[in-house]
Design a protein around this ligand. Sequence first.
Ligand SMILES: [Zn+2]
Length: 135
Amino acid sequence: MEFHGVNQNKYIRMSSNMRIEKTCEYCNQLYIAKMTTTRYCSHDCNRKHYKQLQREKKVQHVTNKRIQSIQSDSIPSSPIEKPFLSMKETGKLIGVHERTVIKLIKDKKLPCCRIGRRVIISNESLKSFIESKKA
Ligand SMILES: [Zn+2]
């Protein structure tokens, strides 16, 4: 009984004295780890690395969002190839607001077609409008 108990104590002492040489994932310094799961030389490095990763994640997220918004802002499938354009598409194509396009139509500067409540601008009208604006 007694012998067994001593052995057990020895075992516990050995495991708690276990030393593993590891490299800190944050500062790359060699350190002695008490557990195989330890990834950092100190709690401070753990915290700093975690924060760094969070920041990188955030930056990546923002960058992705920016790329997405650029893509959605771009004109879908080259409207100049279409025979007709909506006022919104016309505005995007010539780089003005939709309201400006509406005003141009009202002022009869930009010929349009009305189909029901829809107003469309033919490619030809837009092209000749742009031609007439040539400086
Ligand atoms: Zn460290």
